[in-house]
Design a binder for this molecule. Structure first.
Ligand code: ADP
Length: 177
């Protein structure tokens, strides 16, 4: 468990669909109509109400975020954000990834939510190297906390052990607690 300016930062290994929080974040695609990986798992377990709401929203540009209810999932809301597809690292990927985290947190604040869970956006099918991504993640959430002083708790859930250890080591090296 880490801490930045009184915001709890937790890093856990597991399946995001099993976590109870005010909101979980989905690594969606531009259509918001579902896909593989974490997106597929969220829609499968959450049920068709999520897809129905996503259809009404009608898509989401890269780096932005949209919110729906969470259907059968234990959380209250799903925040759908679209991370960048990693090409060469010089195609705006860093800014898009930063925006995905930042804009997700904006919705957390707008809906007065206290806890939010992030998966590792873009580092699966979208091929963003996780050792680069984790730096962008911590920068984005620190910037948000600096300005907005919210939420109360941010949980990062990593699906496999290597990613989990990488996150833990990086946060440990950057946060003095
Ligand atoms: P993207 O298309 O944004 O890269 P993916 O879903 O392909 O999204 O992968 C993002 C990350 O989510 C990967 O590290 C993958 O291992 C992880 N992941 C896949 N399923 C789950 C799940 N049920 N809970 C948490 N993380 C998951």
């Amino acid at each position: 468990m880490f801490n930045y300016k009184n915001v709890n930062l937790d890093i856990i290994q597991g399946d995001i669909t099993e976590i109870q929080a005010d909101a979980i974040v989905n690594a969606a695609n531009n259509t918001l109509l579902g896909g593989g990986g974490v997106d597929g798992a969220i829609h499968r377990k959450g049920g068709k109400i999520i897809l129905e709401q996503c259809k009404k929203i009608g898509g989401c540009p890269t780096g932005e975020a949209r919110i729906t209810t969470a259907g059968n999932l234990p959380s209250k809301y799903v925040i759908h954000t679209v991370g960048p597809i990693y090409k060469d690292g010089n195609s705006g990927e860093e800014k898009f990834l930063y925006n995905s985290y930042y804009n997700s947190l904006r919705l957390v604040k707008e809906y007065n939510l206290k806890t939010v869970v992030f998966p590792s956006i873009s580092t699966g099918a979208y091929k963003y190297p996780i050792e680069k991504a984790v730096k962008v993640v911590l920068k984005a959430i620190k910037d948000f906390i600096d300005i907005e002083n919210s939420p109360e708790e941010i949980i990062f859930v990593l699906f496999n052990e290597n990613d989990y250890l990488l996150y833990k080591n990086y946060f440990k090296s950057e946060l003095n607690n």
